[in-house]
Design a protein around this ligand. Structure first.
Ligand code: 5GP
Ligand code: MN
Length: 331
């Protein structure tokens, strides 16, 4: 699967590399590594995202710049690579551009239910992260092309998408990839993780303390809800981007099967982050609200207001919990 991809993508002169809107560590890491690899092989690469690089990942964009795409920039590309998303709609303006120009498109992703809308797809749901897949691709082509910057970029995506190697998506192959990246990149894990996780501001911690106060438990503590209101953001002079990692706190309560963080964003509605550490499939759950993601981590939007979003999201979760209970009684 990688051989075919490598053969085809290296035929182009100029390739645009997108990651999904509201990018995370797996997006930026895989994008930077992919662009560095393309350029090492004589292909002009440009990295695109409609949204800004999150503050804790800006250091990765010094290895390779990430630009906001426009018609002029995208017109220069004779093919596109899209990373960490399973459908054109996950890549914002990419979809609009492709509707007009239909350039060859290459997808690499690990989300379930990929849409058949790309010239070539590497879709591996069992992979911990898109970065693990990009690691495998580069390794299959020429592992000696993994330099220190590529290694740190790929390592970032692996640790962020696995909750620092805690999720059940972690396999021996994930650990082997991480070990190989440490060796080839000649860096220590904390050089990456301190930049990614240990750069919180005091304001963010004040917001966290308010969010922790909002936690409510449902269905005998199986579902945990946490929310962030606009009032909390105003009082702490923060934005909804400052909530990175918050959802892991309600998820860590004993007995909780799934946790949802709801963020009241200015005028745009309620952004929900759903996380599971059980057989509750939050991808299915988010899909009821036109969102999506993985079985254990998904996202969706609700038009609001917040109280209604909480009510609706809990209702869907309770229904799915009951369905799972009924299935286990019947089997
Ligand atoms: P997060 O909660 O961190 O925003 O997202 C968790 C996972 O769900 C990520 O894999 C992300 O790609 C996916 N996701 C988040 N929001 C949405 C959405 O609105 N639609 C879809 N299809 N996936 C989403
Ligand atoms: Mn990912």
């Amino acid at each position: 699967m990688f051989k075919e991809f490598i053969k085809k993508i290296t035929r182009f002169e100029s390739v645009g590399v997108y990651s999904h809107i509201r990018p995370d560590g797996d997006c930026i890491g895989s994008q930077v590594a992919m662009c560095l690899w393309l350029e090492k092989n004589g292909i002009r690469a440009q990295a695109f995202n409609d949204h800004p690089v999150p503050h804790n990942l800006e250091w990765l964009a010094t290895y390779f710049p990430i630009e906001v795409p426009d018609a002029e920039l995208t017109a220069q590309c004779d093919a596109f690579v899209v990373l960490d998303g399973n459908a054109p709609s996950r890549f914002g303006s990419y979809e609009v551009f492709q509707n007009d120009y239909h350039r060859p498109s290459f997808m690499i992703d690990h989300h379930p239910d990929p849409v058949d809308a790309f010239t070539e797809s590497i879709s591996e749901v069992k992979a911990s992260s898109t970065c693990e897949l990009v690691y495998r691709l580069i390794s299959e082509h020429d592992p000696d092309q993994i330099d220190s910057e590529t290694a740190k970029a790929l390592y970032t995506g692996i640790v962020t998408d696995t909750g620092s190697m805690q999720f059940d998506s972690v396999t021996p192959e994930t650990m082997e990839a991480a070990a190989d990246l440490l060796r080839r990149g000649d860096f220590k894990p904390n050089e990456v993780t301190e930049q990614v996780f240990s750069n919180k501001t005091p304001k963010q911690l004040r917001l966290l303390s308010m969010a922790l106060d909002s936690i409510q438990l449902y269905e005998s503590n199986q579902i945990a809800i946490m929310y962030v209101t606009r009032d909390m953001l105003e009082k702490t002079s923060t934005t909804s981007d400052d909530c990175e990692g918050f959802v892991n706190y309600p998820l860590s309560i004993s007995g909780v099967k799934a946790a949802i963080l709801l963020k009241d964003t200015d005028g745009k509605g309620i952004k929900m982050s759903l996380r599971s550490r059980s057989n509750l499939d939050v991808n299915k759950w988010a899909k009821v609200l036109d969102g999506g993601g993985h079985k254990k981590a998904a996202g969706a939007w609700h038009p609001g207001p917040l109280e209604l979003a909480v009510k609706d999201v809990v209702k869907i979760g309770v229904k799915q919990l009951k369905e799972i209970e009924n299935e286990s009684v019947l089997s």
